[in-house]
Design a protein around this ligand. Structure first.
Ligand code: FAD
Length: 382
């Protein structure tokens, strides 16, 4: 039998690529390899599970076996690839060599861990996949107070969701506003106020310095001297694309695994997409770009070399207490902001000198304007 197309990763990138590929080619052997249990799930739903009272099994959509059947693929679960040998078109799973016709890296991003002193570091939970979520749900049973580290998109979504789930939320982050870098300060203030209305308390500026077990749960000491009593900690301080194995194999790596518009790495027959990939300089950790990449790469793998293009890709942030849609101005553009509205309803627009729309942040009632504004936005990768 000829060597299979091998996809490493069964997240949204790996599974969507496999689905798109099977629409075009139902015969070529397909092998998916995943370090996790291979269940199909939608990662964005992880930050909605408490509000909907869904545990990890409730968020899972299909077992690996069902996916294998649907995709006419072999899926190896709980299997971690340990190396790539581009010269011989094979990869390593420990001592086992697996040949590939084409290899696709869809192995995602790792959560960043920040160093913390104290004896309760095992009470800090990252939530970056279904298994993390299951662990956190188990630990949270019967608990009341959660400290969230990080005020980015994911930290804010968890602040909203855990509050809806009945937990008391405190959030600490070393920045002046929520979602710095992504969001105009006026919109950030609206979102923060919405979350505060749910009872979340913000400590913006300091970091968590120590976490110790106390008599009554955990004792968190912030760098500004504030002490917070809590029962568990969620870490949402950011993600780093997984690049180590690619770099070790000699593939070009920058912030992510570097690929061109055809999702080709620096080595023949090796491609990358999803959170691990930096596509023509852009590493976007969202679903929309990875879906565009999956469609283009499926064509290429089926013999019809295709480049990916990104249109505008606004991000809907799941903070239902204060609806938010944001489309940051593309890198390298230079615009100025105007802000309309007040309170929860903010419309912040960024335009260039000629008046063309570059980006926006819409909160509250202003999100209704997104469709009209989207038509004016520039593409991210033309
Ligand atoms: C809480 C949360 C909420 C989000 N909400 C949104 C949202 O609302 N909208 C949006 O657009 N995006 C959202 N995102 C981002 C989005 O979910 C990700 O961009 C997307 O799921 C990434 O998919 P992926 O397949 O690239 O990576 P992953 O889903 O991380 O998949 C990586 C896969 O690779 C496997 N793997 C890793 N290393 C190895 C190895 N060495 N060997 C074998 N297998 C390996 C893993 O086991 C896994 O199967 C959210 C993310 C989080 C964490």
């Amino acid at each position: 039998m000829s060597a299979p197309v091998v996809i490493v990763g069964t997240g949204l990138a790996g599974y969507n690529l496999a689905k798109e590929f099977r629409k075009l080619d139902s015969e070529t052997p397909l092998l998916l390899i995943s370090a996790d249990d291979g269940r199909s799930y939608s990662k964005p739903m992880l930050s909605t599970g408490f509000g909907k009272n869904k545990d990890a099994d409730g968020l899972a959509m299909a077992e690996a076996g069902a996916m294998a059947e649907q995709l006419k693929a072999e899926i190896r679960t709980h299997t971690r690839i340990t190396g790539i040998d581009p010269g011989h078109q094979r990869l390593w799973i420990g001592e086992e060599a697996v040949p590939y016709r084409d290899l696709v890296l869809a192995w995602g991003a790792d959560t960043i861990r920040v160093p913390v002193e104290g004896d309760a570091q095992d009470a800090i939970f990252p939530i970056n996949d279904l298994e993390d979520y299951a662990r956190f749900r188990t630990a949270a049973a019967g608990k009341r107070r959660v400290l969230i580290l990080g005020a980015g998109l994911i930290g804010c979504e968890f602040a909203n969701d855990l509050s809806l789930g009945g937990l008391e939320v405190a959030l600490v982050a070393p920045c002046e506003q929520v979602m710095p870098g992504l969001l105009h300060p006026a919109a950030a203030a609206a979102v923060q106020a919405g979350l505060e209305g749910l009872g979340a308390r913000f400590h913006l500026g300091p970091v968590l310095a120590r976490l110790d077990r106390g008599e009554n749960g955990l004792d968190a000491l912030l760098s500004d001297g504030t002490r917070i009593a809590c029962d568990l900690v969620v870490s949402a301080v950011g993600l780093r694309p997984r690049t180590e194995l690619a770099a070790a194999a000699g593939l070009a790596v920058n912030r992510g695994v570097a690929v061109d518009r055809q999702l080709r790495t620096s080595h023949a027959n090796i491609y990358a997409l999803g959170d691990c990939a930096e596509v023509d300089g852009l590493n976007l950790l969202y679903v929309m770009p990875l879906m565009a990449c999956a469609r283009a790469l499926a064509q290429t793998l089926a013999g019809n070399a295709t480049a990916v293009a990104y249109g505008a890709m606004p991000v809907t942030v799941k903070t239902p207490v204060c609806p938010l849609v944001v489309s940051p101005p593309p890198r390298g553009t230079d615009g100025s902001w105007t802000v309309e509205g007040s309170g929860a309803d903010i419309k912040a627009l960024c335009r260039d000198a000629a008046g063309s729309l570059l980006g926006y942040a819409l909160t509250g009632a202003a999100v209704q304007e997104k469709l009209a504004l989207n038509r004016e936005l520039p593409p991210l990768l033309a």
